[in-house]
Design a protein around this ligand. Structure first.
Ligand code: G3I
Length: 458
């Protein structure tokens, strides 16, 4: 997709989304508000990049219409947050219960979504009867579970987390000491082989947390296991990085490197449970960093966030998701959407100007200037299409953006503070074809969308 077009669409989308483009009539040249809205949701924008964008859903919330409306609108891939886990699907040994899992699956399929299966074998969320087991009896029970559940969902699952969280945290690089591990070191590959036999078309993933930093022992240990599986023909198709981040565990600088190293083994990479505690621009920047890292790796096939609204999160107090408790889009949402639309997290996406907004009398062109973590500079060039005696240009910024400084003009503001009208400080007379420029600084609040500009002449 043409990046200038895409970028421009994002800017227009922001203007349409309620910033309120104020324009006087007659001589105003305004933006093209008829631009199409492709890429206006996470799923649509990710699809344009050949990726999916998903969320975890809880079946107990499927009758919450705000929740399902957002899920339906924004996401194309659904994971059952708890309903396909071992304790949910086999509460008594040999007695399977798929009612909650099926409810999620039916909702997803009914709304045209794909489904990630989570999770067939895990040391946690085992039913009570399994927690008591060890040895050969447990190995058989685990394999039977994998076979039964993968068979029940055969043909309906895009990718299964076959084994979840099997490695130790910290510097050991060892397997986690669990009852499953004690059945023998080959328990993971045995689970993968059983899953492949039961559902040959599902992608089979190993899924874990704290495998985001390439320099960490746990990351290297999982990487080594996947390399070993690939070399020995163990059926594995993907690695899931859960990606639960917070201030103590921020998105690492080498995240892109980590994703690439896994992909280089010949497996897909999926970000499977993304959440990032925090708020405002710092949270938004981390979200855009994760999204950029995925887009930079050809085999990073999609991103799933671990819940819809902050209040739905397992870490609700950390407000780690893309929608607030009222279902409103957060700055983090906008930053992810912008990255998906541009392939970049910053204004411009590699371009420095949108199409100029021309019309009767003058043409306004925005060009991006310097960028910092919290703000960016912009310049507007006003070009006279004919001899004019004066001009006025409007600059409209996003809901979370604020213009904090201006130069080379005299600004006035509308009551929302989002629309600045800039007039010449001295004479505004320009000969036909002559130009003048003014500049300003925008605190972006996590929204890197370019301001919308227009001008009128007299
Ligand atoms: O539904 C019952 C409710 O009836 C009961 O009153 C209540 C009292 O404890 O528990 C409710 O179940 C809880 C369930 O979430 C649904 O809210 C469980 O106790 C609680 O343990 C369970 O937590 C889940 C957790 O996995 C369990 O390990 C979280 O929702 C879920 O988000 C979380 O997801 C995991 C991934 O599967 C693997 N990666 C880490 C991720 C975050 O921990």
């Amino acid at each position: 997709m043409n990046r200038t077009t895409t970028r421009w669409r994002a800017a227009v989308g922001a203007a349409v989304a309620g910033i309120g483009l104020v324009a006087s009539t007659a001589l105003v040249a305004s933006t093209a508000l008829t631009a199409q809205a492709a890429g206006s949701t996470l799923h649509a924008a990710a699809s344009d990049q050949g990726r999916y964008f998903g969320t975890a859903l809880a079946q107990g919330k499927l009758n919450d219409s705000q929740y399902t409306t957002i899920a339906d609108r924004e996401f194309g891939m659904i994971t059952a947050e708890n309903e396909m886990k071992m304790d949910a699907t086999e509460p008594q040994r040999g007695v399977f219960n798929y009612s909650a899992g099926d409810r999620i699956l039916d909702w997803a399929v009914g709304h045209g979504k794909q489904v990630r299966g989570h999770a067939l074998a895990w040391h946690s969320q085992q039913p009570g009867w399994m927690q008591q087991m060890e040895g050969q009896q447990l190995r058989q029970a685990m394999l039977n579970h994998v076979t039964q559940v993968a068979t029940h969902y055969r043909g309906k699952i895009y990718a299964w987390d076959v084994v979840n969280e099997a490695f130790e945290d910290g510097s050991s690089g060892a397997r986690r000491n669990s009852n499953l591990q004690r059945t023998g070191n080959d328990w993971i590959e045995a689970a993968f082989r059983a899953a492949r036999a039961a559902d040959p078309n599902a992608k089979l993933c190993y899924n874990d947390y704290n495998i985001d930093n390439w320099s960490h022992a746990k990351t290297r240990a999982v990487h080594a296991m996947v390399a070993d599986f690939k070399s020995r023909g163990v059926p594995i198709d993907c690695v899931g990085l859960q990606a639960h981040f917070n201030s103590g565990n921020p998105v690492p600088n080498n995240y892109h490197e980590t994703l690439q190293h896994f992909a280089d083994l010949g497996v897909d990479v999926q970000i499977t449970e993304l959440d990032i505690e925090g708020s405002g621009s710092s949270q938004a920047q981390q979200y855009s960093g994760v999204t950029q890292a995925c887009l930079a790796v050809a085999r990073c096939t999609g991103i799933t966030v671990w819940g819809v609204r902050d209040t739905d999160s397992w870490r609700a107090s950390g407000t780690p998701l893309l929608f607030d408790g009222n279902g409103q889009k957060k700055a983090a949402y906008t930053s992810v959407l912008n990255v998906l639309n541009d392939g970049e997290g910053e204004p411009g996406g590699g371009e420095t100007t949108p199409p100029p907004t021309g019309g009767d009398g003058c043409t306004a062109t925005y060009s991006e200037g310097q960028k910092w973590g919290d703000r960016f500079n912009g310049t507007v060039t006003v070009r006279a299409d004919r001899a004019i005696s004066s001009w006025a240009a409007t600059v409209t910024v996003g809901a979370s953006q604020r213009i904090t400084a201006t130069w080379s003009g005299t600004p006035t503001w509308d009551s929302s503070g989002k629309v600045m009208t800039m007039r010449p400080s001295g004479s505004g007379a320009l000969a036909a074809g002559q130009s003048t420029s003014f500049g300003f600084t925008v605190m972006h609040g996590g929204d890197w969308t370019w301001p919308t500009v227009s001008c009128s002449a007299s």
